[in-house]
Write a protein that binds this ligand. Structure first.
Ligand code: UT7
Length: 406
């Protein structure tokens, strides 16, 4: 449908073009054990707890341990979300991992998650939209379900930002933390779930928040490492101004697309970047502070993970209840921003029995065995077939440089 400003959106309160609704049926989160307090940070860089709390609202954040990676956190969050949903990995049609700290350029972190969950050959890709990534992922996943092309989609936001932070830069290292959050989206024919979503970008501001090196433009070299160009660089004031400008307008726009007035919104879950940005959005929307879910004091800015983690905690402590109308809203590097309107229509199922829990753990153990066996089989095939193609013919000779050009 055409959204406001004549731009397309995947909004509407009714079913999607396929006659379906995309419900959030499972949710999960994972954070590393290690807590890094402001006091500890003030021994690393020239800062104080008082400055950090008054300028950002952050008191502590979680930092990945040696064994934590973006994939391992994503897998833990996904397993929890699948448990809540009562959905088995075999039912997944697609896995989207939104992240700015993928394990590799490729393979996609989503493929590592697919393998670890034992989700047989489902689609899997990473989504790069910085801190707006989870909102973008929800938009893509829900649209695929509403159109009727997919039935069950796992959307994950996972980050180990501590690995790309410049620990000498007090303007950025105080902000970020590590963690993961996941939603299971599933097709239903009853109204509710993701009602509308909005994705926006403005690449002219790409330089305001970036990791300059490590891509094809500036590949890793001795110089890039020496100059610290593989770490986050940010113009904090400009990003702050941009964020306060887009948060309220994105909320209004997505609510309008969903056919909801601001009075009908029960809770807003904003990207957890800075308390002052959230307060400015609340003022812009004319909404009380207590309509906003805030947990950045304990986790800092976990980028793509911040919104699903905040949702998980709010569901657990009863601040988000069945049939609540929610707005999720995010912004970040790119520049990107976006929002999602949701009717939280599904009750959490009762806790799994110990037996069911054990059964699920054995499924994941089996996935590990299966992965090792597949690798072994592939190696064996390589030995048996040698240079031959599986069809029996010889591989074509490799083209010599310059051959076949022009
Ligand atoms: O997911 C999106 C990610 N990014 C964001 O959301 C960031 C948005 N921006 C912000 O949150 C804020 O701009 C910051 C928290 C990064 C900075 O707060 P600010 O109020 O905009 O501070 P500022 O950059 O204007 O700096 C004010 C002063 C400066 O000193 P001078 O030039 O006034 O002497 C800074 O050098 O504060 C200084 N400063 C610090 N002082 C103590 C900057 N960082 C620190 C620090 N501790 N950690």
């Amino acid at each position: 449908m055409a959204g406001v400003n004549g731009r397309s959106s995947n909004g509407a309160n009714g079913p999607g073009p396929g006659g379906h609704y995309a419900h959030i049926v499972g949710w999960g989160m994972a954070v590393p054990d290690r807590v890094l307090s402001n006091a500890e940070l003030s021994r690393i860089v020239d800062t104080t707890d008082e400055w950090i709390v008054s300028r950002t609202g952050i008191r502590e954040r979680r930092i990945a341990g040696p064994k934590d990676t973006t994939a391992s956190l994503a897998i833990r969050a996904a397993q929890q979300a699948l448990e809540v949903a009562g959905v088995s990995p075999a039912e997944l049609d697609l896995i989207i991992v939104a992240t700015s700290t993928p394990e590799h350029v490729f393979p996609a972190t989503a493929c590592l998650v697919q393998d670890a969950l034992g989700a047989p050959e489902c689609g899997a890709f990473d989504l790069s939209a910085a801190c707006s990534g989870f909102i973008y992922g929800l938009g893509m996943g829900s649209q695929a379900i509403r159109s009727g092309s997919l039935e069950t989609v796992l959307v994950i936001g996972s980050e180990t930002l501590s690995r790309i932070v410049n620990w000498k830069d007090r303007g950025t290292c105080i902000l970020f933390g590590d963690g993961a959050g996941a939603f299971v989206l599933q097709r239903r024919d009853t109204p509710g779930g993701v009602l509308a979503s909005l994705m926006r970008s403005d690449g002219s501001g790409g330089n305001l928040l970036a990791v300059p090196a490590g891509g094809s433009r500036m590949p890793a070299s001795f110089d890039t490492v020496r100059d610290g160009l593989h770490a986050i660089e940010m113009n904090g004031r400009e990003v702050f101004r941009f964020a306060t400008r887009v948060m309220a307008s994105a909320c209004r726009e997505v609510a309008q697309q969903a056919g909801l007035s601001m009075d009908e919104i029960d809770m807003i879950v904003p990207h957890q970047a800075n308390l002052r940005i959230i307060e400015a959005a609340a003022r812009g929307l004319g909404l009380p502070h207590d309509k906003f879910i805030i947990n950045l004091d304990r986790y800092g800015n976990t980028s793509t993970a911040s919104i699903p983690i905040a949702v998980c905690e709010a569901v657990a402590d009863g601040r988000i209840r069945p049939n609540d109308n929610l707005l999720l809203v995010g912004f970040g590097g790119g520049l990107t921003w976006g929002a999602t309107a949701i009717q939280w229509a599904v009750e959490a199922p009762p806790e799994l029995s110990t037996w069911e829990h054990l059964r699920r753990q054995s499924v994941y153990q089996f996935a590990k065995v299966r992965s090792v066996m597949r690798r072994g089989l592939r190696q064996l095939e390589g030995v048996i077939w040698g240079a031959q193609t599986p069809e029996g013919g010889k591989e074509p000779p490799h083209r010599k440089e310059g051959e076949g050009k022009g």
